[in-house]
Design a protein around this ligand. Structure first.
Ligand SMILES: NC(=O)C1=CN([C@@H]2O[C@H](COP(=O)(O)OP(=O)(O)OC[C@H]3O[C@@H](n4cnc5c(N)ncnc54)[C@H](O)[C@@H]3O)[C@@H](O)[C@H]2O)C=CC1
Ligand SMILES: O=C(O)/C=C/C=C(\O)C(=O)O
Length: 495
């Protein structure tokens, strides 16, 4: 037990590891505090090396015990049951997600938890509809052979996820992994342990065999994350989070040569042409900059605006930023929650200070809002917009992951494409124009995984999702996920 546990009220919830179908204590506890007001949300059981070992072994037993060989129809049926059960317990998931993240309840309902059951249904459909690769091969002697590739599970998959969309991102990986017959050991963020743990109950209620879904809690280095990625019993790692963490995980898995699927950071650009519908564009930009307090890897942090409309777009976006309502998650008028933690707010505020040093003008925000009462103990940050910087500024080159964006003018299409692509990241972009020909042309020239035209974060779960450069390795979504979570064996039969 940590020393803090002694001071916690008796009613403080305790969040346990979930291993082989049971809730399991760890080696010590740590406190999870609310980003809304700094109050204690729960005490979390941190998994030690032995706890992680137990989870990996449970996953292996489940895999060898028949889960990996269960028929696709049966597995798809179980995934649909998990989706149904998430819907039945929708309010419990919303409450758990909101308590950990402080995000507006309306958002947790519309996005996070809604996507959790959609993820299970989508991958139940995908796995049910997926056939085999096969070739009828003509040989040099005039004969023929049949080549076909069967796909088996990758094995025990380590799933490491961040705090910004905890259940959404977790289920985005767990659903395809299970659809393909893998067993998983999940390490949620230390900031958001609750929904992954609750999902354990739902898995058991839905009839998913013990050991198929395991959860270990803790931090990254010298804790559960590192114990998991260095465990010789894992067969692959799927990770969403910061680029530097992805790099550390690559180093950790390198000695055992395990495959990785990484969805990492972004420094995403929006390009606004003067022919765009400006009202719609400004609404879209406000969404892409400020959704989830800027804590989505897809959020726009660089806005390039054609000079003729620069002032109008800057004024419109500033107005939208100032109209955001920061407040308690349960208040239906709230549009914007706090950042995830005081530590993360320090990071975002340090970029606000850096932007000023680099010569930025703040159109709005840049600091800590006066929330009043107990909310002043939370991790609140003003929505912030900068002008006066160019691509040489660190503010335009490094991922901030907060409610911030820099606005930069451009003159020509060629220049806009060059500015947007001038980054080490390659995750997402948006093009705003009423000229659809230009929309297609510019969207295709963006060096990113997801290129939106006149919209942002419109998702089809069957399409490829991921990035290049510092933004990641591989793509997940639909059949792309099945490629990562399976291993093909090619069978060649001389006919
Ligand atoms: N682009 C994105 O999707 C995200 C970016 N971030 C950025 O990353 C910064 C750091 O936030 P973190 O929560 O620390 O993100 P992170 O990327 O370090 O953490 C994500 C997950 O990885 C785990 N982890 C960390 N180090 C690890 C290691 N060496 N081995 C195994 N697992 C490890 C964490 O415990 C967590 O579960 C944030 O300030 C934000 O700017 C954070 C979350 C998501
Ligand atoms: O919609 C999705 O599948 C994912 C969205 C966001 C992220 O991946 C992220 O913020 O990391």
């Amino acid at each position: 037990m940590s020393s803090s546990a002694a001071n916690a009220p008796a009613s403080t919830p305790s969040v346990h590891n979930f291993i082989n179908g049971s809730y399991v204590a760890g080696v010590r506890t740590f406190d999870k505090v609310s980003p809304v007001d700094g109050s204690l949300v729960s005490q979390v059981q941190e998994a030690g090396r032995e706890t992680v070992d137990e989870a990996v072994k449970a996953a292996r037993r489940a895999l060898d015990g028949g889960w990996g060989r269960m028929s696709v129809a049966d597995r798809a049926r179980l995934l649909r049951r998990v989706a149904d059960r998430i819907e039945e317990r929708f309010d419990d998931f919303v409450a758990a997600e909101v308590a950990d993240t402080g995000k507006p309840e309306a958002m947790a309902r519309a996005l996070d938890v809604a996507r959790a059951h959609a993820n299970f249904r989508s991958f139940a459909d995908t796995i049910s509809a997926t056939g085999l690769d096969s070739f009828l091969t003509e040989t040099a002697d005039g004969g023929r052979a049949l080549n076909y590739a069967v796909r088996g599970p990758l094995g025990v998959v380590a799933v490491i996820v961040p705090w910004n969309l905890p259940l959404l991102l977790l289920t985005w990986k767990v659903a395809p992994a299970l659809a393909c017959g893998n067993a998983v050991v999940v390490k949620p963020s230390e900031e958001t342990p609750a929904t992954a743990t609750l999902l354990g109950e739902v898995m058991a209620e839905a009839g998913v065999p013990d050991g198929v879904y395991n959860v270990v809690h803790g931090f990254g280095p010298d804790s559960a994350g590192e114990c998991l990625t260095t465990h010789p019993g894992i067969d692959g790692v799927t990770f969403t989070g910061e680029s530097k963490t992805g790099s550390a995980i690559m180093r950790a898995v390198a000695p055992l040569v395990r495959p990785v699927s990484f969805e990492l950071g972004g420094k995403n650009a929006a390009v606004v042409f003067s022919d765009a519908d400006l009202e719609r564009t400004v609404d879209g930009l406000a969404r892409s900059v400020f959704t989830n307090t800027g804590q989505v890897c897809l959020c726009t942090e660089r806005v390039y605006i054609q000079r003729e409309v620069f002032d109008d777009v800057a004024a419109g976006l500033t107005e939208r930023a100032e109209a955001l309502r920061l407040g308690r998650p349960e208040d239906p008028a709230t549009t914007t929650g706090p950042l995830i933690s005081q530590a993360h707010r320090e990071k975002v505020l340090s970029y606000a200070a850096l932007a000023r040093q680099e010569g930025a003008t703040e159109l709005t925000g840049g600091g800590i809002p006066a929330m009043g009462g107990d909310l002043d103990g939370g991790a609140w940050m003003q929505p912030t917009l900068w002008t006066g910087l160019d691509n040489s500024a660190r503010t335009l080159r490094e991922e901030v992951f907060g409610p911030v964006a820099a606005l930069v003018p451009f003159d020509t299409e060629e220049e806009a494409v060059a500015l947007a692509n001038d980054t080490d990241y390659g995750l997402a972009s948006c093009v705003w124009t009423s000229n659809l020909e230009r929309g297609h042309r510019v969207a295709q020239r963006m060096r990113v995984g997801m290129s939106w035209v006149n919209t942002w974060y419109l998702r089809d779960l069957r399409s490829p999702f991921g990035g290049s450069g510092l933004s990641g390795i591989g793509r997940e979504g639909g059949a792309h996920s099945l490629h990562f979570y399976t291993q093909p064996t090619n069978v060649c039969v001389q006919l």
